[in-house]
Design a protein around this ligand. Structure first.
Ligand SMILES: C[S@@+](CC[C@H](N)C(=O)[O-])C[C@H]1O[C@@H](n2cnc3c(N)ncnc32)[C@H](O)[C@@H]1O
Length: 200
């Protein structure tokens, strides 16, 4: 009963945040378990390196990543909202939490030990101009270069409510795959997987 109550409070709090700043929060409710799992399952835990999460919010996708076998120590969470960041710090004490603008991913992660094995994003990309989205993906794909092996690895994983990819295909740079819709979410969503083309 107590758990139910706090979950409802969590939803209400999320909704209030969206009312205050819809373009930052991008969603009226936290991601469902079904959507969070769908995103987490795109990450291959055996690819070595860190997993960077952009816009983790309340940590639903973070939970799913851990459930899928990813060690919390491998997680780097980049969140712009200070209240969410404080919550994440309590919920995931072993993860590295960075308060900042995920579109500055290159600068924010420049001191991290490489490689990065996946980047999982819940950012509301469509609230940003296309040019900014493209730069974000370009920088994310650069982070997915395993310098020791001189090859690209892993994937950039993004969910959207829209039917189309937030970044148009560019087969010289990445392969693109969209999953079926996840209906059990407020609102139904698709997961997009961008894999860097291996250009040694
Ligand atoms: C759709 S919500 C989070 C969904 C999350 N999976 C959940 O269930 O709580 C998007 C999140 O992205 C964060 N966000 C939006 N723009 C951001 C930015 N430029 N940098 C970092 N975080 C950002 C918001 O603060 C919010 O936590």
């Amino acid at each position: 009963m107590k758990k139910q109550h706090s979950k409802e409070k969590g939803y209400f709090h999320f909704l209030l945040k969206w009312i205050r700043n819809p373009s930052l929060i991008g969603s009226v409710a936290p991601s469902s378990k079904a959507l969070s799992r769908k995103m987490a399952r795109q990450v291959n835990p055996s690819v070595p390196g860190l997993i960077i999460e952009l816009g983790p919010g309340t940590g639903t996708v973070t939970d799913a990543l851990i459930e899928c076998g990813i060690d919390e120590n491998r997680l780097v969470l980049i969140e712009a909202d200070e209240e969410f960041a404080a919550l994440l710090l309590l919920r995931f004490p072993k993860a590295q939490i960075i308060i900042g603008d995920a579109y500055e991913i290159a600068a924010l992660t420049k001191n991290l030990p490489v490689p990065v094995s996946a980047i999982v994003s819940s950012l509301p990309l469509f609230t940003q101009p296309l040019a900014r989205r493209k730069v974000l993906l370009q920088e994310a794909l650069l982070l997915l270069q395993n310098k020791e092996k001189n090859e690209a690895q892993g994937a950039f994983i993004q969910f959207t409510y829209a039917l189309k990819s937030p970044i148009s295909p560019d087969k010289d740079r990445f392969s693109l795959h969209g999953t079926r819709r996840v209906w059990w979410n407020m609102f139904p969503a698709r997961v997009w997987i961008y894999r860097p083309v291996n250009n040694p």
